[in-house]
Each structure stands twice: as structure tokens, then as C-alpha cells.
Design a binder for this molecule. Structure first.
Ligand code: GLA
Length: 683
């Protein structure tokens, strides 16, 4: 990950659409924003027709007026390239730019993100509009950054147009060189799929089995990611030629079928994310005070931090969610808007931009509420934004502070994409990622996410005492070697069931599991099974305590490892469920199951990684703790997601930056309340 830009101070922004409002409102809007502590706005990302209403005829007067006003008033601007919404003339004249469904039905004009990345004419027309904008606005005094397109791979991350099939063939030719190599990698011998001409290869199409070759699907995900990055790279390269030094390139969101790390390295200076914590509520279910709900959104923020340690939030939820036809979500309760914005800062955001200044009165998103309502009066949400901006003034030292987590969830894109298509893998992966997150949350153990990439080096892993790599069904020799070095150097590695049975093409290897990690784990798998929902869920016993072993069980056989826990139910009762192998200065814990919150908490306690601040603080389980550190100071964020007060205790005096006093002993977080404690970083 290459973060080339960092915000010099914690900054508050909003998303503004000058094209949605009468011009007479602009000056008042901008002044009210500045009065509320908002110093940056993002504009332009859906406004192509304001610049090129007719093909090849460019006009800039509308945004000239707006940006000049911003410069006069002192508002800074992130300018969006408008390629997420091609104009009507474009899709009408060049339908080959449209994306479509698996069945070949095209997505038509009328929504957004209806284009594909690979149609040469769309690439050319995008390059042309971006070049026009970059030449015209590249040195505009109001502009501090550029956003490429909007939410890459949002709405859909699947592409099925003819242009995609053509580009897929090129991608595969480059990757495999010969059809023999491709046939071998894809196992096309099965069901007589052997290709004899590149022209016979397509992106996924409907089949009688409603399934296509899984090895093709893995390469298809890699191809979509590569296409998205190449598409954005065209824009990034043009912007870099024309924009003023110091002006950054970013884009927003984190979506599937995209190698976000490579994306940032190749196209962006800094990454931003769109944070809508109310997506994490299960709206169809009754409110469950014990559930993670909006706190669960922190999982996404940890993912963002893994791509870009000091990221921005381009869209921070500020009101109720809703399109006119879907995605309903209630308004944030008093305090919740601040809580969610602080959740972003707690996880590494140095820029927080609220979506959007005022709710739109027309179009699909009339219920996607902004800070202000249609009536444009000051309201409680604006008051919270103002107070949040004031609070950030007191958190100055936090800007650029790193995560202080000592535990990390390990991932990689091969397994991420394999789990999109492979249901066995997907079920354990989803269960474990949620389980590890929740187990870490409930024990107040800050955790990061680390992606293993070709360029990952040992030092990136050695920052962590514990790595949990739940289900690396695909293992490569490089990753196995890196993990071995991590363990030998003193790290604790935890792995789960289904590790190591596939190669990089998703083909199953003819070796005992966990394949390439067998020697490191000092154990192998003798038998395994999914659990039928009709069966009593199995469990194991660890030091006489119940250890949950949900969803899938590998029945382990210890080689050099010790057996720590044995199954206590099922036809394999008495067989090993958890082993520990000491290697060099470190160890590997091998759990023959998916991870759940309870087992994660138990294992973190066992390896003494749980509650790293337990000596200092006593917190209710319902409060989230995150830790950032910088220049010898530690910043502990405490976030109360409940509508009731949370009683906390601190054993040594600490400065509380939100309430601006020194706290020691008992103190209370109000409903939805937040506190940031700072102290010398002695751990
Ligand atoms: C996304 C987009 C915004 C807006 C919001 C609400 O995050 O980037 O343009 O559509 O969702 O739907």
C-alpha cells in the first residue's frame, strides 16, 4: 500500500451538488458550511452533461462560476471526474459501452454505473472529458483533490458485455500464452470443456447447470479487478499530467472483485471510503441490543485501513437512508451521527465528509437524507456536525496516528475471490470473519486486517503478535514461506479448517491438508465434514471448557504438534480439534473449525493477546475500544453504541479529550457517547 498523501489536519467536508440547486443558494450554502466547520466539498462526479451536453462540445461556464465562488469564499474542493454516469447521447450512439446481465440484457440509461470498463470508445470518451477537465481546472485555486469516477464496482461488480469477453481473451492470452496452459489451469478436461481457439472463450454466460467452470471464475474475478484498475489508470495518468503539484487523486468506496491495494498503488494518492453504518443493522429483525449492529461497520473500516492507513471518508452517513424503492434506514438518533463519524476517526480516518449537504428534492435518492432537509432550515444534524468539527480541533494529535493493534486478521485476494464463487469456502469464510471481528471486539482487542500480497514483507507481519488466517483454502508457496518466517521469528499464527487444499488456480491438490502449511502446523487432516443443520452442533473441550467448533470440522492428526482440545461430540468425538505446534520462537494454533466470537475470545485469551489495555481500563462489553498512536502518545477511542449510558473505569489518570477533563476511576459514557483518552504510550 502506497499512501502518497496525508491530510495535514483532521478535516471535515461534505458532498455538494451545485447542479441540483438554484445558483442563488450557492453563496449561502457555502457560508453556512464554513460556519459549521466544513472546509472541503466534493462536487461534479455525476455532472458530465454540464460540460459536454452534446458530443464534442465542451463548456465550462457553470462550474467556472461555482469554483470561482468557492475560491472567493474560501471553500476547498475535491473535483469528481463524471464518468460514473455517461450522458444519454453517449449510450444512445455507442450502446457497446453498456454493461449487462449474465443473460445478456443491457443496462440502459436511467440509472448509473451502466457502462463497462473495456469498450474502447468509452475509454476514449472518458479520457477526452477527463483531459478537458484537467486542462481547464488542473490549477484552479479552489481545487485540493480529484476523485476518479465514483465507487468503482458499486451497483455491480460483474461485467458481461461483448467488450468484456474480448478483453478477457486478451487478459488470458497474456497470462497463459498458450491454450494448452489455459486448458490445464482450468481443468477443462472435466465435462469436455477443452478450448481449441481463443475465440471460444467468454466471460461467464448462462449454462444448463447454472454453474460455470470454477477456475474460469477465479480468473474472471482477477480480470474484472484488472479491468477496473486499467480503466481508472487512464484517468489517473491524465490527471497527473495536468493537475497542480500537491493536489491529490483519490476515489471512494471498497467493493468486490477489486484488488484495492493494487488500485491504490497504481491510481491513487490516498483512499476514501463511504461509511453508512446503518447498513449493518438488520432492519427486518427486531432490535437486538446484544448484536453488533452499527458497531459491526468497524469491520469495513478495518479493511479500509488495511489499504490506506490514514484514509478519508468521502461520504459519512448524516441522515436516514433511502432510495425511493429500497434501502430504508432510520434517521440517526441524537448523538449517533457523531458516534458514527468518530467511529471513522477511531479507525484511521483523518478526513470526514458528510453525505450530503442537503437532501435532494428530485430523483432516485429523495430519501437519502443529507445534513439538511429539503426545507433548508438549521436542524439537530447540522448542530452535531458543528460540534463534531469543534471536537476534532481538540484531537489534533490524532491526525496521522497509526493503529496500535497487535492482532490481525489475514486475507488475500485469491481466497477472497475463491469464496465469492465456492459455497463451501464462502460459508466458513463469512462465519469466521464475523466471528474473529466480534471476538476481538467483545474482548476489547483492537485488530487490523492484513492482505498477503506478492510484495508483502515480513516486517509488515511482525508488527502483530497474533495473525489469524482463518481459511486459506488457496495456498501458494510464497505465502506459506512468509508465514513460516513470521512464526519462526516469534509470531503466533492461527489457522482454521479447510486450509491449503487448493492451488492458485483453485485446483485441489493431492496432498493431505493443510497442504503447504502441514510442516508448520505439525498436523494434518484425517477426515472432515460439513454439519447438517439437523445435527447437534459439535464442540470440543479445551482445558475443561467448551470450545465451539461450528459449521465444518477437520478432524486433525497431530504430528509434531500437541493436541490442545478434542471433539466432544459427533462420530469423531475424542479426536483432535485444536493443536499447537511450536516452531522457532513462535507457534501455530490449528483449529479444525470456523471461528466464532466465543472461540476467538477464548483463543485470544489463551495466547495472552486479549484486552491489551485491560490493566488500565474496565469497559462493558458493549463499548468498542480502538487505539491509535503517534509521537509517543496513545489515543484510546471508546464508543458506546447503545441508547443507554455505559459505566467505565480507568485505573490511572488520563486526559479525556472530548469532555476536556482528567478522568480517573469511574466515568460514564452517555448514550451513543464517545470519549478519546490520551496518555503516554508506554505499552
Ligand atoms: C453512494 C454514492 C452516492 C450516493 C449514496 C447514497 O455511496 O457514492 O452517490 O448514491 O451512495 O445512495
Amino acid at each position: 500500500m502506497t499512501q502518497r498523501y496525508q491530510w495535514p489536519a483532521l478535516t471535515v467536508g461534505t458532498c455538494y451538488y451545485p447542479e441540483h440547486w438554484p445558483e442563488e443558494l450557492w453563496p449561502d450554502d457555502l457560508r453556512r458550511m464554513l460556519d459549521s466547520g466544513i472546509t472541503v466539498i466534493r462536487v461534479g462526479e455525476f455532472a458530465w452533461s454540464k460540460f459536454e451536453l452534446h458530443e464534442g462540445e465542451f463548456t465550462f461556464d457553470f462550474f467556472d462560476r461555482f469554483l470561482d465562488l468557492c475560491a472567493r469564499i474560501g471553500m476547498k474542493v475535491i473535483f469528481g471526474t463524471p464518468t460514473a454516469t455517461p450522458p444519454a447521447w453517449l449510450t444512445e450512439k455507442y450502446p457497446e459501452i453498456l454493461n449487462g446481465t449474465l443473460d445478456g440484457v443491457l443496462y440502459r440509461h436511467g440509472g448509473r454505473k451502466h457502462y463497462n470498463y473495456n469498450a474502447p470508445i468509452y475509454q476514449q470518451l472518458c479520457a477526452r472529458i477527463v483531459e478537458q477537465l484537467a486542462r481547464h481546472y488542473g490549477h484552479h485555486p479552489a481545487i485540493v483533490g480529484w476523485q476518479i469516477d465514483n465507487e468503482i464496482n458499486c451497483e455491480t461488480c460483474d461485467f458481461y458485455s461483448e467488450a468484456d469477453s474480448a478483453a478477457f481473451r486478451e487478459f488470458l492470452r497474456e497470462k497463459y500464452g498458450t491454450l494448452d496452459a489455459l486448458n490445464d489451469a482450468w481443468g477443462t478436461v472435466f465435462w469436455n470443456q477443452t478450448y481449441t481457439d481463443w475465440a471460444q472463450i467468454y466471460v461467464p454466460r448462462p449454462t444448463a447447470t447454472h454453474a460455470v467452470n470454477p477456475h474460469l471464475l477465479l480468473d474472471y474475478s482477477r480480470f474484472v479487478s484488472d479491468s477496473a484498475i486499467r480503466f481508472c489508470r487512464i484517468q489517473a495518468d491524465i490527471l497527473r499530467q495536468h493537475i497542480a503539484p500537491g493536489v491529490y487523486i483519490t476515489t471512494n468506496g471498497l467493493f468486490a472483485n477489486l484488488d484495492n491495494h493494487r488500485f491504490e498503488d497504481e491510481c491513487l494518492d490516498v483512499m476514501t471510503y463511504d461509511s453508512y453504518p446503518s447498513f449493518a443493522f438488520e432492519l427486518d429483525h427486531p432490535w437486538n441490543p446484544g448484536a453488533m449492529n452499527d458497531r459491526g461497520w468497524s469491520r469495513m473500516l478495518a479493511e479500509v485501513r488495511s489499504v490506506c492507513p490514514h484514509f478519508g471518508i468521502m461520504e459519512q452517513q448524516s441522515g436516514a437512508n433511502g432510495w425511493y424503492n429500497r434501502m430504508e434506514g432510520p434517521a440517526p438518533r441524537p448523538g449517533q451521527l457523531t458516534l458514527w463519524a468518530m467511529q471513522s476517526v477511531a479507525h484511521g480516518a483523518d478526513y470526514v465528509s458528510f453525505f450530503r449537504w442537503r437532501t435532494c428534492t428530485v430523483g432516485t435518492e429523495i430519501y437519502w437524507h443529507g445534513i439538511l432537509d429539503y426545507d433548508n432550515r438549521d436542524n439537530r444534524r447540522l448542530q452535531e456536525v458543528r460540534a463534531f468539527a469543534d471536537t476534532l480541533q481538540r484531537l489534533k494529535g490524532v491526525c496521522g496516528a497509526d493503529s496500535a493493534a497487535r492482532v490481525a486478521l489475514v486475507k488475500d485476494y485469491d481466497n477472497e475471490w475463491d469464496a465469492r464463487h465456492d459455497r463451501w469456502h464462502q460459508r466458513v469464510q463469512q462465519k469466521s470473519e464475523a466471528g474473529v471481528f466480534e471476538g476481538a471486539q467483545r474482548t476489547h482487542t483492537p485488530y487490523d486486517v492484513v492482505y498477503l500480497r506478492e510484495i508483502t514483507v515480513l516486517d509488515e507481519l511482525r508488527r502483530y503478535d497474533v495473525l489469524i488466517y482463518p481459511h486459506a483454502t488457496i495456498l501458494t508457496p510464497d505465502r506459506a514461506a512468509l508465514l513460516t518466517r513470521y512464526v519462526e521469528a516469534g509470531g503466533t499464527l492461527m489457522i482454521g479448517c479447510r486450509t491449503g487444499y487448493k492451488d492458485e488456480h483453485g485446483r485441489c491438490v493431492m496432498q493431505p491438508q493443510p497442504g503447504l502449511l502441514r510442516a508448520l502446523a505439525g498436523a494434518n487432516v484425517r477426515d472432515f465434514t460439513f454439519h447438517s443443520p439437523a445435527e447437534e452442533p459439535p464442540y470440543a473441550l479445551l482445558d475443561g471448557e467448551r470450545l465451539e467448533t461450528p459449521l465444518f470440522n477437520d478432524v486433525l492428526e497431530a504430528e509434531s504438534a500437541m493436541v490442545l482440545a478434542r471433539y466432544a461430540a459427533g462420530y469423531y468425538a475424542g479426536e483432535p480439534a485444536l493443536t499447537e505446534n511450536r516452531v522457532g520462537k513462535g507457534r501455530v494454533l490449528y483449529l479444525g473449525a470456523a471461528f466464532c466470537p466465543e472461540s476467538t475470545a477464548q483463543l485470544l485469551r489463551r495466547v495472552k493477546a486479549a484486552e491489551p489495555y485491560g490493566q488500565l481500563l474496565r469497559l462493558p462489553e458493549t463499548v468498542e475500544l480502538t487505539a491509535r498512536r503517534k509521537d509517543g502518545r496513545l489515543y484510546l477511542f471508546l464508543l458506546n453504541y447503545q441508547p443507554v449510558p455505559a459505566e467505565c473505569r480507568i485505573h490511572a489518570p488520563a486526559q479525556a479529550l472530548v469532555r476536556q477533563e482528567t478522568v480517573q476511576g469511574a466515568f460514564t459514557l452517555p448514550p451513543y457517547g464517545v470519549e478519546v483518552l490520551t496518555m503516554e504510550d508506554s505499552l
